[in-house]
Design a protein around this ligand. Sequence first.
Ligand SMILES: [Zn+2]
Ligand SMILES: [Zn+2]
Length: 196
Amino acid sequence: MLIDLHCHTRPLSACSALTAAELVSLACERGLDGICLTEHDRAWDAGELAELRESAPIRVFSAVELTTDMGHVLAFGLDPSGFSAIARAVFAAAEASGGVLFLAHPARDGLLRVTHETVQYFASVEAVNGSDTKLQNLAASGLAKGFRLPGIAGSDAHMRDEVGRAATRFAYPVTTDAELLRELLAGRYEAAAVER
Ligand SMILES: [Zn+2]
Ligand SMILES: [Zn+2]
């Protein structure tokens, strides 16, 4: 099962040109089984999320991309009360609620933002980011080997062309956020670049 674990839509992510409906329909056209909404520092309203799920031809999951002092963090299973710009606080909140954290695009801007401390805080890194270069993804995939879980992959789509450029392949079907979290924690997935 192929799921794009990193997507932005407007208006919650002001930098995105995509509506959620466009994102979902393009992802479906491009052969994905699901997408995960990871807006910048904002969670979707539960009612709007339920409506989107109802109308979507593929699975829609919900997480967040937090801007922190350790870089951008993809957080799954984290309650919005745990959102913070301080990575240590996010880590504590994720530990308390059973969430899991991945360091997003760890090799972007020529900077490898991985230290001994990061390895303790994050389950892994985003090994393939559809908006990064091949070289950056090669570096990120290498970094993922130092963590306890495999690296994830996502398009980081903000525009139509970017949808589905990378995704995470799950060994078992997942239908809910809780199941997605369970499979992530179990490490039953691999990062995949999607050829189109
Ligand atoms: Zn980011
Ligand atoms: Zn992003």
